[in-house]
Every structure is written in structure tokens, then in C-alpha cells.
Design a protein around this ligand. Structure first.
Ligand code: URP
Ligand code: ZN
Ligand code: ZN
Length: 460
């Protein structure tokens, strides 16, 4: 099977030129002017952008959370991703305490197998750093799972203490894996929560008020210090605030390999959303929490200045009805997490490119090329050149729409960005050579997505 994309404006992280793109057997085979090879499918991309498919490196699909689980499975979640121009995700497999890393990984592989419509990889969240599991780390890396998320938050559930964090980092130093950190000071947050509930304060806004930005700053600084001593690179997930940015910027200026991600909700929403009446604030309960608006400009600047390198979603959808309502009388019972996988490119294009906060090339770099590079998939993914996977989005820069739960494809009953007007849409989405979305229609079938064995961030 072959596809010829004609007359498009090819935009990558580093280039911007008019060209045709020829695809054969899942790969891009030629990028040049006026290609006239025989083909089964011709797509006219005149006046449209031809970009590498989006890569979302932070999703929680089909993730258990107490007695419930995130509402998208790998079929609905990846279809929604595809509609938004994302052609690869990296999801988090969670190791339970006392569980082998391989068991955790296999459970997540089974969740995705037969369902995912786009390619996927996994990070593993390590919650039990017992030496017997650390010895598995090297083997898991050889299976193409080359990044591990640790938490300094949620004591007793997900948090590792500093010595365990350091021990995992040492192991990563041996095998070249990348450590990702959810950085918030879990002990102090728990104390603040206890005191706040004792004062009878139960509304969603207290989720944010018990997780102050200074505690994200503290944990980010601590993580960076531990990574420096262990001599490993570190990637800080979902960065939200000035204090964390200061820590990352400082470390990078000193030459330490520290990387950072933020998400559309931290750029565009704020603590005020948690104050919405009628318990609607619960829709915005996620961690780290939405911050005061004063942090937003710093995040935008950091995306531009390369203090942050990626935009991901932390897609972790729970329904407002039934799920978020579990915490109507106690904000600590509101499931943490919110949907976003479908609107990452829409929002970052509208508020980044259209509103001139960063360039078109930088947009591609933030949503596709850097995620591929940092997480060991480049140049297979995140690039448009001969030899790369034919994961391509034909982006119509002129299509306007209003984001709404009425029309989105995510399996969840609300959208945090309800009513946001965006211009720019993924008109045609090609995943390893197959047109899977065309003009708002999904054309493929579940199970076509493949597990991606990722390379190491650092070559040993
Ligand atoms: O609230 C969130 N972000 N839930 C997902 C888990 C995490 O910490 O990323
Ligand atoms: Zn997290
Ligand atoms: Zn997350």
C-alpha cells in the first residue's frame, strides 16, 4: 500500500518547506518536490501543514483508582488521541507493592493489546523499590521500557522515600533508563490535608490549597539534587509553577541533564476553576493542582526558552457524575485526574502558535519531536524524513471549532476546556501509513496499534 501527500507545507522541529511525501509499507520513503510515483491513494494537502504525528508521553488509560478506574480504555482513549492528531502515546503501567515489574508491565500490555489504534509504549511507576524488583529493572529496559516514574507524593501509596528514590536512580545509572518524577512533598501535604479536614473544610478548592506550589518547588529541588549525586538525567512530569521552573532552570544552567513537561491545563486553567459552584470545581481536581494565574506566563516562557521541552496531557479521565461525586463531602475522595488526550494539539496550536507565544517549529518540537527524542523513539517517530514511521498529521490551520464534551471522543462526561474556541485541526491522521482519521471520521479498527520497544535515553 502506498500514499502520496501532495502540495503540503511540511513543518518539522527544524524545517518548513513545500514538498510531497511518499509513504510505502508503513514508512516514509521520499520527501521531495513534485513526486510522481504511482500510488493507491493521493491526498491533496495544499494550504495545509504536514507535521509528524503527535506524541503524548503522559497518559493513564484504564488505570485503577481505588474501586474505580479511569474511564477510557485503550480503544476509546487512543481513538480520541487520533482525532486530536496524536499517533503515539506512552502510558504508565503501575507496579503494586509486592508486584514484579514484569507482572505490572504484562497487565498493561494486555489492556492495550487488541484495543489500541495507535502505537504505544509504557513507562513503569515504581512503588516498591525492594532490591528484588530493582534487579528486574535492567531486564525491563531490555524489553523497551526505558523510563520509570517515581513519586515524592502520596505517602503509603505511591511515594518512595529519598533513599529508595536514590537507589532507583543508581540502578538507572547502570542501565541508562530515564527517571521521571512526580514532585510534590507528600508528607507535608498529608499534614495540611489532615488539619484542613479537621477544620471542616471539604470543598474542591482545598485540594489546591493543601498542595501549595512551594512544596512542588521543594520536591523538584530535592529530586534534582538526588539526580545530581546519582549522576543521572531526570525528567520532571507535569510542572506547574514558578518554584519548580526556578529549580529546573538553575540546574540546566549548571549543565545538569534535567528535563521538564507541562500540560495544557496548567497553561490555560487556574485555581479559580476549583472554586466553581455546585461542586463543578471537582472536574478540575488533579495533581499537582491548578495554580494561581501568576504561574502561567512563566510556563509559557519556559516552553519557549527550552527550560521545558514537552507538552503532555496527563490524561486520566473520571466522570463528573458518579466518580468525582465520590468526594462531594470530602475533597480527598475526589479521584485525582482529568481528561485531555484529544485536545493537546488544538490547545497548544491555538494558544501557542496562533496567539504567537511560540513558533510553528517549536510547536512541533514540543508535541512530537522532543517527546520522541527524550523517550527513545527518534527518528522512528517525531520526524518527517525518508526511513521514519509514516505517522503524519495533515493539519488544517483554518478549521475552527469549539471544544465540548458533546462532540469530543473521549469516554468521559465533561471537558475541562468546554467552550474554548480553537482554530486548527487534525484533518487527516496517518499512522504507520494507514489513514485512520479523515475529516472527522475514524476509518480503522481497534488493535492496529503496536507496542513500541523504546531505546535508551542515554546510550550505554
Ligand atoms: O491527578 C493526576 N495527575 N492523576 C494522575 C496521576 C499522576 O500523578 O500523574
Ligand atoms: Zn504525577
Ligand atoms: Zn500522570
Amino acid at each position: 500500500m502506498s500514499v502520496l501527500i501532495k502540495n503540503g507545507r511540511v513543518v518539522t522541529a527544524s524545517d518548513d518547506f513545500l514538498a510531497d511525501v511518499f509513504i510505502q509499507n508503513e514508512k516514509i520513503t521520499k520527501v521531495a518536490e513534485n513526486i510522481s510515483l504511482a500510488t493507491t491513494t493521493v491526498i491533496d494537502a495544499a494550504n495545509k501543514l504536514v507535521i509528524p504525528g503527535g506524541i503524548d508521553v503522559h497518559t493513564h488509560i484504564d488505570m485503577p483508582y481505588g474501586d474505580i478506574k479511569s474511564t477510557d480504555d485503550f480503544e476509546t482513549g487512543t481513538i480520541a488521541a487520533a482525532f486530536g492528531g496524536t499517533t503515539t502515546i506512552i502510558d504508565f503501567a503501575v507496579q503494586s507493592k509486592g508486584q514484579s515489574l514484569f507482572d505490572a508491565l504484562n497487565i498493561w500490555k494486555q489492556k492495550a493489546d487488541g484495543k489500541a489504534v495507535i502505537d504505544y509504549g509504557f513507562h513503569i511507576i515504581i512503588t516498591d523499590a525492594n532490591e528484588k524488583y530493582l534487579s528486574e529493572l535492567d531486564k525491563v529496559v531490555n524489553e523497551g521500557v526505558t523510563s520509570f516514574k517515581l513519586f515524592t507524593a502520596y505517602p503509603g501509596r505511591l511515594m518512595l522515600n529519598d533513599s529508595d528514590i536514590f537507589r532507583v536512580m543508581q540502578q538507572a545509572k547502570q542501565n541508562g533508563a530515564l527517571i521521571m518524577m512526580h514532585a510534590e512533598n507528600g508528607y507535608v501535604i498529608d499534614k495540611l490535608i489532615q488539619q484542613t479536614l479537621a477544620e471542616g473544610k471539604t470543598e474542591p478548592i482545598y485540594h489546591a490549597l493543601t498542595r501549595p506550589s512551594a512544596l512542588e518547588g521543594e520536591a523538584t529541588n530535592r529530586t534534582i539534587a538526588l539526580a545530581k549525586v546519582a549522576d543521572v538525567p531526570v525528567y520532571i512530569v507535569h510542572v506547574t509553577c514558578n518554584e519548580a521552573i526556578d529549580a529546573i532552570k538553575q540546574a540546566r544552567m549548571q549543565g545538569q541533564k534535567v528535563f521538564g513537561e507541562t500540560c495544557p491545563h496548567y497553561l490555560l486553567l487556574s485555581e479559580d476553576d476549583l472554586r466553581r459552584p455546585n461542586f463543578e470545581g471537582a472536574k478540575y481536581v488533579l495533581s499537582p493542582p491548578l495554580r494561581e494565574k501568576k504561574h502561567q506566563q512563566t510556563l509559557w516562557d519556559s516552553l519557549n526558552d527550552n527550560v521545558l521541552q514537552t507538552i503532555a496531557t496527563d490524561h486520566c479521565p473520571f466522570n463528573f457524575r458518579q466518580h468525582k461525586e465520590l468526594g462531594r463531602y470530602d475533597f480527598t475522595k475526589i479521584p485525582n485526574g482529568a481528561p485531555g488526550i484529544e485536545n493537546r494539539l488544538h490547545l497548544s496550536y491555538e494558544f501557542g502558535v496562533n496567539q504567537k507565544r511560540f513558533s510553528l517549529n517549536r510547536w512541533v518540537e514540543l508535541v512530537s519531536t522532543n517527546p520522541a527524542k527524550i523517550f527513545g523513539m527518534y527518528p522512528q517517530k517525531g520526524e518527517i524524513a525518508a526511513g521514519c514511521d509514516a505517522d503524519i498529521v495533515i493539519w488544517n490551520p483554518n478549521t475552527a471549532h469549539t471544544i465540548s464534551a458533546q462532540t469530543h471522543h473521549m469516554r468521559v462526561d465533561y471537558n475541562m476546556f468546554e467552550g474554548f474556541k480553537v482554530t486548527g485541526n487534525a484533518e487527516t491522521v496517518i499512522a504507520r501509513g494507514e489513514v485512520i482519521v479523515e475529516k472527522n471520521k475514524f476509518l480503522s479498527k481497534p488493535g492496529r496499534g503496536k507496542f513500541i520497544k523504546r531505546n535508551l535515553f542515554i546510550k550505554k
